[in-house]
Design a protein around this ligand. Structure first.
Ligand code: SF4
Length: 89
């Protein structure tokens, strides 16, 4: 697993590069609340919308360190009946 600081720096660089090209990610659209919604079905919809994101891999690398929400097309949130996912130290 990648180093957290390196993963976050890589994501920051990817976001800045996108902004420089005047591009954006799906999670900056009007429905951005889906990515951190408490409703599982909303987060599933968000994960699906991540698909065409140009920085999906960099985002997913940071998601390995996040305990909640959709990162890189993956819902990192704990679910009822499933123990909380361990976040990398
Ligand atoms: S991959 Fe990350 S940056 Fe891209 S839309 Fe999904 S959550 Fe947003």
């Amino acid at each position: 697993m990648a180093d957290e600081r390196a993963a976050r720096a890589a994501l920051d660089s990817a976001i800045l590069a996108l902004a420089g090209d005047r591009r954006s990610t799906p999670c900056t659209a009007a429905d951005r609340g889906l990515w951190t919604s408490r409703a599982t079905e909303d987060r599933e919809a968000a994960a699906w919308r991540c698909g065409p994101c140009p920085i999906l891999a960099a985002c997913a690398a940071v998601g390995d360190f996040e305990p909640f929400g959709v990162w890189g097309g993956v819902d990192r949130s704990p679910r009822i009946g499933r123990p909380p996912r361990e976040v990398a130290a």
